[in-house]
Structures are given as structure tokens and as C-alpha cells.
Design a protein around this ligand. Structure first.
Ligand code: GDP
Length: 729
């Protein structure tokens, strides 16, 4: 790997810019030439292979890794390599000078953030999408739009991330470019239009037609991987000329519908130049109104250059995304403020925390405005604290480089921050603003774990707290009665990987109980409750007394406690104790020991005693009042429900559907997929019915079906099942 710069760095004049193979000096690189992008895909679509090829051609690595051998640059974590899944978002940078199509563009820095395709690691995708400026969506030319790519696509919609698409694996048997483009339109609702058509397919894949320049980009049978330009630009082969002309006309017509300049040219029947077409594609891609699509094969190196060109040509630079990156509220509050300005107050978002082997903590941040230097004090506006940054580091796939300064558009790792965590905003001290944090779903599966030995026990809590610090979807609690440690997360695989990490990274071995469902409790109607903790036995007694009203509130609102006490029935200094008692009692549950949530509690009345009242007594009174009120409020158990998507052969549809219904599932839709003979089935099924589903779908489809699932909501458990859960708890 070379020393390419990956962040936008302003260096003191006396400091020489570091060499980079491609000759880009970060100091001389304007923000317009920076691209922070992610690659999003269904697992196995070829994201890792494509990233490797891009980095290879952009000079950031010298040899393409091969995922079969577990040595690719982005999958540097040994656990990832074993599982064959890219779990952590690795960031790596390269520089690229658009080359194809007979032009030599200016050098750009492309920073690639890898995002995992597996839904159990959804937090990684969420936080990456929050800080990216654009994305390349990779689809398999054989399988088309697959469940996880659909999910990530929707996540990207949520964050308004402009996208281009790469239809990969055009060399594989059964590859069908047009079918996948149609699939993108139908299943993703994407306004997808080819900008590069494949020439040939399957074993006969020879290159592409660039519809912007109307040239052919041809690759020889033995692509010279090491050579700088292993392609030749040629005339479009005669047999494709008609198809290419039609495709270009369709592309221009599609743009004319959404772009004024193109509409004018279209009405005047003028053929737009390559520059005009490129400019319109750029405008509309950034506006999220079109998705340019490129055909290729990462494995065979076909189309990778054109894709890198497209990243530069169509995806936004940090200046063009600044508005979208901030929430509407933030934009309103800061109207008129200079954007992405290195001399403006600092605004940065922490999107990831990681601990290295030596126990050092790194907070990964995206800088939106201002300049940050090692040693700077920063205000964490989320926590309302001030922390000091020790070092500012460039992040590579496997090492880091200290910087003297960083600014808008940069993605860097900071050391020295102890408490700043994922989703927090860092600002110039005295000038706080709050950036919108990424959102993370609540855990749905939990597991009890026990340390294996005394030594393991000593290290357990520190190791767990570091894992939870790094992963906002991982929670740790302890069972109040048994004292057991409970871990909770997004699914079995998520917890399995974390336990493996506990053993390999932290040397802590544990035994884990069976995974169980993270149920919740809630109430169905308002009620009143009273808690009295009053003892009088001779000397100093106890007197705590609270009356509360409790009411259901909207899903996801948690526990809200309001103080409505008038006339000093409970003295000020004890209200907080009542509040704590209520919150703690809600955490422990009332019906079956699961957290009671989505409630609003009003403390309305109570009484006190001049000498016997104390914090402990009011804490107990709060706890008792909550339990009393909840019992009268129609308690109900909620269970996590998963959005399940199965891709199965159409002749197995009946069996798979029947099986899902037996699992209390609701089938929502059945749609044909890009792969002939396969259908996609969408359903919502309670998680408690989905344990072991991987085996079930395998046998129902003779190994040809696959599925993915993600938490979607919490819903009431039917009475008969709830009774069982309650008696077992
Ligand atoms: P990821 O899970 O999306 O990162 O996918 P990988 O890059 O790990 O690729 C999954 C599998 O598909 C690997 O066996 C790759 O060698 C293979 N693969 C990736 N791209 C291509 C391609 O363009 N053509 C073919 N034939 N295989 C590919």
C-alpha cells in the first residue's frame, strides 16, 4: 500500500506534503475534488472484489486481494475473514484521474468506506450512510436486486444519499443486464438508466459501450492487471451501434424529463455533447432523481475504470452534500453561516468508535466545517462536556498516519476523547450546535453469559463495555435477581460475533446461554397508582409516599416522567428519588421481568414526614407506585417482529408461504425477481418463530432459497403465548 492521502489536510507551509504515487498533494486539493463514498450491496454481490479492484487501479494497493484467500485489504479483521463477511466499515483512500473516453481529467481523491451487506450489522451501514456523500450500489447481474441490497437501498433513501449502480458479474452464466435495470426500477423504484452497456456477456464479455462519449471500451482476453490502461478505446462494434444509439436517445429523453437544459436540447432535437450529458447526469444524480447504471465485472476487471470515472463525474463533493447532511432544523438554525468553511466554527459528527489491540480508543468523525488540530479542546454538545483531542489520524485499511490539521469533508480518527461516542456532535468550545445522529434499532435478542474462569471474570466488564462503546446496537445489563450478565443485540449472528471478539480481541472466554427474545412490556390504558414506603418501629422510621398517573404513549417513546406535584406534597429534593424509583422499576418490568416501555408517568401527589422522609424511602415509594399503577393499566407483552424477505424457486412458493404462516407470519407480497424461476416473498414474522429458520428454508427449497430479516416493530404477543412466556420467565 502506498502513502496516498485520504483526508483533506491543510499543512503548515514549512511541511512538505507527503509523496503519493499518483502525485496528488492534499494541500493543493480543493474540496471539489474530494469524494467520500460507500459501496453498498447484498452480501456476495462483489463489493469486496470491486473495492479491491478500484483501489488497485487508483494506486492505493499494488495487488488485488482475493476474497477466496481471506487476504483482501478491506477485510483486515481476522474474524471477518473467517466469516467471509465484512463487518467493520474500513476506510481507505485513493486518488483518481478520470481517464476513459479519451480525456484526462483532474486528479481527485476518492475515499472509500466499506459497508457490510449483512443485516445483522445494520448499525455499520447506518452510520456510514450518515456521513457519506455518495454511494455505489453493486448488484449481481445474475441475481439482480436481492433482499439486503433492497434494504440498504432504502436506508440510503432515508439519508438521501445520491447513488450510481454497478451491475457486476456480467461474466457469469445467466448474466442479464437489462433485466437487472428493470428490476431496479420495479423493486427499488429507482429512475435507473444505463450510461455504460455491456459488450457481450457471460464468457463473451468484452467491454462496454460508454453512452456518454459513444465509444467502446474494450478489454483483451488477458487483461493486463498491472498496466496503467489495460483497455483500448475503439469505435462501437457494428452490431451494437443501433442498440447504443437507441440507449443514448432513451437516456437523453429520461434526462429531458427532469433536467431543464436537457429538455431544451431534446426539444430542439440537438444531440447533447458528452460534457453536456455528463453535467446533466451529475446535476440529477446529486439531486437524487436519476441513478446512472454501469455494466461490468469486478472479477474480470471490466468496467472498474469507467466506474471510478463515474464516481468523480456524478457523485457529489462534500460542498454539494453539506445541506443534505444536516437536518432541516440544523440548516434553518444556521442559515447564512458559511458552509464547509475551514475558518468557521467546528462542526463534526462522531460516527464510529473503535478500540485497537493496545486498548486505545479512536473516535471516527466526519468534519462538516471548521478546522481541527491535535491538542484542540472540543465541546461535545450532545453530552454538554469539553474534551481534548490528542491526535488526528488518517485512517487506512490497516494503519494510521498522524495529521497536523484536518478540515471540512474529512473523515478522520481522533484519540484522546474518552466519552464522545457514536452520534455525538463535536463543536468549537462555546459555539455548540447539534448534528442529527444516525438512528439505531433496539436489540431484539438477548443472551446470558458467564465468564469461564476467575481471570475471565475480572476482565469481563471492561471488555464488554468497550464492545458496547464501539457498537451502539449492543447492550449489556445484569439480571437483578440472578446477578447474571445479559447481552442483547440485533440477532444471533451479531451476538455470536461479539462473543468471538470478546475471546479473540480481549482474551475473555465465556459460556453463553441460549438466545432469547428481548420482549417488552407496555400498558393499554391510563391508570392511577400509589406507593407507600412507611415504617415506624421505635426510633427513626421511613416515610416515602407517592401517587402517580400512568398512560400509554407512542411506540418508541420510552419512559417519560413528569413532575405535577403542587403545594409541596413531596418536597423538591425528593422528587428526583421518586423519579429514579419509577425509572428503575420500569426497567425491571412488572409482568414478566421485561422492560416496561412507551409510558408517560406523572407524579401528582404524596406526603412526607419531617424526620422520617429520606431519598431511599421516596425511591421505594416511586418504585411501588409504578408497579401499582402498571398492574391496573392493562399490562401487555410485546415481541419483536421481523421483516423477512425470502428468495425462493417459484415452485416452492406454496410450501415456504405455508411454513411462514404456521410461524404466525403475515405474507405481505410475492414478486418475481430478476433471476428467472425465482420469486421474492415479503413477510412479517415474530422473531420467536424464526429461530432455526436457515435450516428450515434450506430443506423447504432443497438449498436453493435464501432469506434475510431485520427487526421492524414490537407487537403484542397473543394471549395464549404470552401466558407461556410469563410463566417461564
Ligand atoms: P461481497 O460479499 O459483496 O464483498 O462479495 P465478494 O467480493 O466477497 O464476492 C463474492 C464472490 O463473488 C467471490 O467468490 C468473488 O470472487 C465473486 N465475484 C465477485 N465479483 C465477481 C464478478 O464480477 N464475476 C464473477 N464471476 N464472480 C465475482
Amino acid at each position: 500500500m502506498n502513502n496516498n492521502l485520504m483526508t483533506h489536510v491543510v499543512r503548515p507551509a514549512h511541511e512538505k506534503p507527503r509523496a503519493s504515487v499518483s502525485g496528488v498533494s492534499a494541500a493543493s486539493l480543493p474540496l471539489e475534488r474530494l469524494r467520500n463514498i460507500g459501496i453498498i450491496a447484498h452480501i456476495d454481490a462483489g463489493k469486496t472484489t470491486l473495492s479491491e479492484r478500484m483501489l488497485l487501479y487508483a494506486g492505493a494497493i499494488h495487488r488485488a486481494g482475493d476474497v477466496h484467500h481471506g487476504d483482501t485489504t478491506l477485510d483486515f479483521d481476522p474474524i471477518e475473514q473467517r466469516k467471509g463477511i465484512t463487518i467493520n466499515s474500513a476506510a481507505i483512500a485513493c486518488s483518481w484521474q478520470p481517464v476513459v473516453g479519451g480525456r484526462r481529467g483532474e486528479k481527485h481523491r476518492v475515499q472509500l468506506i466499506d459497508t457490510p451487506g449483512h443485516v445483522d450489522f445494520t448499525a455499520e451501514v447506518e452510520r456510514s450512510l450518515r456521513v457519506l456523500d455518495g454511494a455505489v450500489a453493486v448488484f449481481s447481474a445474475v441475481e439482480g436486486v436481492q433482499p439486503q441490497s433492497e434494504r440498504v437501498w432504502r436506508q440510503a433513501n432515508h439519508y438521501g444519499v445520491p447513488r450510481i449502480a454497478f451491475i457486476n458479474k456480467m461474466d457469469r452464466m445467466g448474466a442479464d443486464f437489462n433485466r437487472v435495470v428493470a428490476d431496479m426500477r420495479k423493486r427499488l423504484g429507482a429512475n435507473a438508466w444505463p450510461v455504460a452497456l455491456p459488450i457481450g456477456s457471460e464468457a463473451d464479455l468484452r467491454g462496454q459501450v460508454d453512452l456518454v462519449t459513444m465509444n467502446a471500451v474494450l478489454y483483451g482476453p488477458d487483461v493486463a492487471v498491472g498496466s496503467e490502461e489495460p483497455w483500448v478505446i475503439a469505435d462501437i462494434p457494428a452490431e451494437m451501434q443501433q442498440t447504443a444509439r437507441e440507449a443514448r436517445t432513451q437516456l437523453v429523453a429520461a434526462l429531458a424529463e427532469i433536467d431543464d437544459a436537457m429538455a431544451e436540447a431534446f426539444l430542439a432535437e440537438q444531440d447533447p455533447s458528452a460534457e453536456e450529458l455528463r453535467a446533466a447526469l451529475r446535476r440529477q444524480t446529486i439531486a437524487g432523481r436519476i441513478v446512472p447504471v454501469i455494466a461490468g465485472s469486478a472479477f474480470k476487471y471490466v468496467g472498474v475504470h469507467l466506474l471510478l470515472d463515474a464516481v468523480v463525474d456524478y457523485l457529489p463533493n462534500p460542498l454539494e452534500r453539506q445541506h443534505n447532511q444536516l437536518s432541516q432544523h440544523e440548516n434553518e438554525a444556521h442559515k447564512g453561516e458559511p458552509e464547509a468553511d475551514p475558518s468557521a466554527p467546528l462542526r463534526a459528527l462522531v460516527f464510529k468508535v473503535a478500540w485497537d489491540d493496545a486498548g486505545r480508543r479512536r473516535a471516527f468523525v466526519r468534519i462538516y466545517s471548521g478546522t481541527l488540530r491535535p491538542g484542540d479542546k472540543v465541546e461535545n454538545s450532545t453530552l454538554d462536556t469539553v474534551e481534548r483531542v490528542e491526535r488526528v489520524l488518517e485512517v487506512r485499511a490497516d494503519h494510521e498516519v498522524p495529521l497536523t490539521q484536518c478540515g471540512p469533508g474529512d473523515i478522520v480518527a481522533l484519540t484522546g476523547l474518552r466519552r464522545s461516542s457514536t452520534g455525538h456532535t463535536l463543536c468549537t468550545v462555546g459555539s455548540p450546535i447539534m448534528l442529527e445522529p444516525p438512528t439505531f434499532p433496539d436489540p431484539v435478542v438477548s443472551m446470558a453469559i458467564e465468564p469461564k474462569t476467575r481471570t475471565d471474570a475480572d476482565k469481563l466488564s471492561m471488555a464488554l463495555s468497550r464492545l458496547a462503546d464501539a457498537d451502539p446496537t449492543f447492550r449489556i445489563t445484569s439480571d437483578a435477581e440472578t446477578g447474571q450478565t445479559l447481552i442483547a443485540g440485533m440477532g444471533e449472528l451479531h451476538l455470536e460475533v461479539l462473543l468471538e471478539r470478546l475471546a479473540t480481541d480481549h482474551g475473555v472466554n465465556t459460556t453463553a446461554g441460549a438466545p432469547s427474545i428481548a420482549y417488552r412490556e407496555t400498558i393499554t390504558r391510563p391508570a392511577e397508582g400509589e406507593g407507600k414506603y412507611i415504617h415506624q418501629n421505635g426510633g427513626k422510621g421511613m416515610h416515602g409516599h407517592a401517587i402517580i398517573n400512568i398512560a400509554p404513549s407512542e411506540s418508541g417513546s420510552g419512559v417519560v416522567v413528569e413532575d405535577r406535584v403542587t403545594g409541596g406534597a413531596i418536597p423538591r429534593q425528593f422528587i428526583n428519588s421518586v423519579r429514579k424509583g419509577i425509572v428503575e422499576a420500569a426497567k425491571g418490568g412488572v409482568l414478566a421481568g421485561y422492560p416496561l416501555t412507551d409510558i408517560t408517568v406523572q407524579i401528582v401527589d404524596g406526603s412526607y414526614h419531617d424526620t422520617d422522609s429520606n431519598e431511599m424511602a421516596f425511591y421505594q415509594a416511586g418504585s411501588l407506585a409504578l408497579k401499582d399503577a402498571a398492574r391496573a393499566a392493562g399490562l401487555r407483552l410485546l415481541e419483536p417482529v421481523m421483516a423477512v424477505e425470502c428468495t425462493v424457486p417459484d415452485d416452492r412458493q406454496g410450501d415456504v408461504q405455508g411454513d411462514l404462516q404456521r410461524r404466525r407470519g403475515r405474507v405481505l407480497s410475492v414478486t418475481p425477481t430478476a433471476a428467472p424461476g425465482y420469486i421474492a416473498l415479503q413477510a412479517e414474522v415474530p422473531l420467536s418463530e424464526m429461530f432455526g429458520y436457515a435450516g428450515a428454508i434450506r430443506s423447504l427449497t432443497r438449498g436453493r432459497g435464501e432469506f434475510s430479516m431485520q427487526p421492524t416493530s414490537f407487537e403484542p404477543v397473543p394471549e395464549s403465548i404470552a401466558r407461556k412466556v410469563i410463566t417461564q420467565s
